[in-house]
Design a protein around this ligand. Structure first.
Ligand code: ATP
Ligand code: MG
Length: 335
């Protein structure tokens, strides 16, 4: 990371990280004419007198830019698609130190696996093991393999090299951008074509998931929990390159769970979702049952269960409708 400031020309740097322009502007760095120089060369061009006269803090500016880039990378969730085909969980131990009730479990691209089990049984722990690519060094002693191998450890320790997108309700927005600015930055950095169309697609998908609509001019920090969750899900599904998506407790976010899941699954990812919701549990291809901290069973969703799911969805749509009616102040007199 440190050497991007003396390895890339400013033109290359801006192509890779379009948002650096904001940093230059904020710090009144006039880089015009230095397109083919590196940032370090640009800093070196200031004379002693200029540095003194304008009070330029060369070291601070350099460190500030590196910090800005790494924050933005993390914030925007930029990462390369590494051709991930499978994720394998290798058994560890449950809370009593007893070996888990399976050997190895492999999940492939486009598969969706739910994680069920009583409160406190260890669902979030399993997601954390995957996020951390545990190698026997967490309380569960599990190991996580990617494409059948121990993943490159740089994925673990570098926050801007994320293998997984973790969706949680409390988004930590470091910068106060509008929704449009956020999506534009993200789209530019992912170098998508038809940027404006993709942005429109994401906002539509997000609004399709959450009740109260928001628009592109909303400040990202002013979105409600459900709205920012919806935005993150739409953004992850449509723009993020993270091949693995981990979702903890989508049901409490007040968004349309089924649409959210469909959106994510249609995008060629490995999706794991910890849930207490029978609909989400059965929408998955398989479900992991956790007991006392250990994986106790892995169950494939059967045809019969899928039929039950249809029935559940019918019941759920009645509840959803009632929820919406109540939200907009209607009086309920029948089902
Ligand atoms: N195999 C294990 N060995 C030791 N500790 C474990 C193990 N599995 C889970 N734990 C610990 O048990 C506690 C509860 O687990 P966790 O938070 O994952 O539960 P949960 O199933 O997500 O519950 P909830 O449904 O309430 O969200 C955590 O402190 C976790 O670290
Ligand atoms: Mg949990």
């Amino acid at each position: 990371m440190n050497n991007i400031l003396n390895a890339l020309t400013l033109k290359e740097l801006q192509q890779k990280y379009p948002f650096v322009i904001n940093y230059f502007e904020e710090n009144r760095l006039d880089v015009e004419g230095f397109e083919n120089s590196t940032f370090d060369e640009y800093l070196n061009h200031f004379s002693e007198e200029e540095i003194e006269e304008w009070g330029i803090d060369i070291k601070g500016i350099r460190e500030g830019l590196l910090e800005y880039i790494s924050q933005m990378i993390e914030f925007l969730g930029l990462e390369e698609d590494r051709g991930i085909e499978s994720l394998t969980i290798v058994a560890g131990t449950d809370k009593s130190g007893k070996k888990e009730n399976f050997e190895e479990f492999t999940i492939r691209k486009s598969e969706i696996v739910s994680i069920v089990g009583p409160t406190g049984s260890g669902k979030s722990r399993l997601l954390a093991d995957i996020e951390w690519a545990a190698q026997g060094d967490t309380p569960t002693k599990r190991r996580i393999l990617i494409n059948g191998e121990v993943p490159d450890m740089k994925w673990r320790f570098s926050s801007n090299n994320k293998l997984v997108a973790q969706l949680s309700q409390n988004m930590n927005f470091v910068m106060d951008l509008t929704v449009y600015e956020f999506l534009k930055l993200h789209a530019q950095s992912r170098m998508v074509e038809r940027e404006e169309e993709v942005i429109k697609e994401i906002i539509e998908a997000a609004n399709n998931l959450s009740g109260e609509k928001f628009d592109l001019n909303s400040q990202i920090t002013s979105l409600s929990g459900g709205q920012s969750r919806a935005l993150m899900i739409a953004d992850t599904a449509i723009l993020s390159s993270s091949p693995i998506v981990l979702i903890d407790e989508i049901e409490n976010a007040g968004i349309d769970r089924k649409k959210a899941l469909n959106l994510l699954v249609s995008s060629d990812k490995i999706v794991l979702i910890a849930t207490h919701d029978p609909i989400l549990a059965l929408m998955a291809d398989k479900r992991i049952v956790i007991k006392n901290g250990g994986i106790d069973k892995i169950i494939e969703t059967s045809k019969e269960e899928k039929k039950v799911l249809e029935e559940l969805e019918r019941m759920d749509s009645i509840i959803q409708k009632m929820r919406n009616d109540l939200r907009i102040g209607l009086i309920i007199d029948s089902i």
